[in-house]
Design a protein around this ligand. Sequence first.
Ligand code: FHN
Length: 592
Amino acid sequence: MKKIIILIALLNAFTPMIFAQKNIAQDERMEWWRDARFGMFIHWGLYAIPAGEWEGKEYPQIGEWIMKNARIPVAEYEKLAQQFNPVKFNAHDFVMTAKNAGMKYITITSKHHDGFAMFKSEASKYNIVDATPYGKDVIKALADECHKQELKLCFYYSQSRDWHEPNGLDNDWDFPKERDFQKYLDEKVKPQLTELLTNYGLVGMIWFDTPMTISEEQAQSLKNLVRSLQPACIISGRLGGGVETDYKSTGDNVIPAETVSGDWEVPATLNNTWGFKKNDHNWKSPEALTRLLFDIAAKGGNYLLNVGPTAEGVIPQASVDILAKVGKWMKTNSECIYGTKASPYKMEFKWGNITQKPGKLYLGIFNWPGSDFYLEGLKNKVKKVYLLSDKQQKVLPFKEYYNSDTDHHRLKIDLPEEAPDKVVSVVVIEIEGSASVETSICQQADKTILLSGILGEARKGNQPAELNFTARGGGANWLDTGINLTWNFKVENAGTFKVDLVTTETGSHGSPVWQGGQIIKISCAGQQSETIVTDDSREYNPRSQYWKLIHTSAGKIKFEEPGTYQLSLVPENFTENKIGFTFKEINLIPVR
Ligand code: FHN
């Protein structure tokens, strides 16, 4: 027994050195993360006690910000620690909830902006072991369980914002303006990061957040510290100071409109808050989440979905149930998520999206087309087509077409009449060689032509211009009337098409905004039209959760014969328009 204890003590003493031995290349460091695609975020801290309410008043904002939003004095907020007793916490339950959902990593708030450490810290007594009746290190329990169950454990750490410390940033209700931020970094942040990277075994990642005014030198010193203690530990996107990190984080709940190159992750809530709020029941549906998971993987990113445990230490049942349903889909279909890469196409498809692995394309079909399905523009020779849910991999009949006049490839697949999965049915196409697709926009399976804003060429006069499709609903932040957008596209099936102009709501997810009234001029195939943007109809946007799609009818266009055409769009009249023309796409819909 004595020998074992000595051995453990020795191992503990040397672990930082063991971790630090190797200089690791970024690809090696990122390997598990690229394979994982799906992780669990946990926002857990003292804020779970007020759960959105302070002194009888309910605060509508995110729960973990209550200290700032209610301007709670440090001396008052600190008292929450004396009540914090999460006796129902069970690390095994947390890990199983993540595993059952198909998640491969957990990122937990080790210290959020309120400054309270959820781990034993010598650097600050304001921690779960020293300041609460509970007296146990939940991070240690979670780390042990994650190591046992082979899930990566990552630590969220708020490096700049700390409302508990006079020298941390952002508490302007308790502390004077002058502060010694460097002192705070030296006396709290660095010692705590050292503890996190020394006492809990291998750490998958440090998830920094809200860098505020941290300087390049300060951020670099945090990066150096992490690298020196655990070179394999990933550094997330929000370190700050312009310092390069291992990957990028999108805005909270923001899903890019198109494939983004490099490594990136969408941190997202299950309801409207990160930290637990007793009255927030605005849950996203498991169906929407499953589609978003597929769509994010198809654009090349990871999905980090949050749960906010209660003050008793329990993940809300609604979250557990929702994640279990996503997990049920993952049990059959995870092959099309783990280790996959973004769709080979730039073009978007109305029916869903595509992920890929060498020699295989996975078509995630959200809108089942019935028996005849066409995949446009795939140049590879097809070997086999089957449903991922079919263990026998029964071959689905398919036929390849090539039109030499338009240099267009089309693959027809005979699908079952009924969708095998109401949410996302996955069709696997085995191909020869690595995926190669036409770069031009072609007609969709239902003959519609989808002109996504992001695929258009923006120009101002004769010069190339930039249009940002980063509005929160996936539309453009288009405020400059001088810019026009042009697309070239192929028409295989000529005829008359209705022009459906699509804009999006934007703004924060609690209060979406939209503004019409712009005049849009469209010219195509020798025909011109002028339309005022109105909200003829609104529909839920399955790809960006909160912000609706808004349709305006913009006349008709006739294509006399198959061929390559051009459409250009110019908006006018932005007077007093603060929101802008939140253009997303044009659908040319065949008139039958
Ligand atoms: O201010 C935090 C917020 O509380 C939460 O932790 C999110 C998660 O991405 N990050 C910050 C806001 O972006």
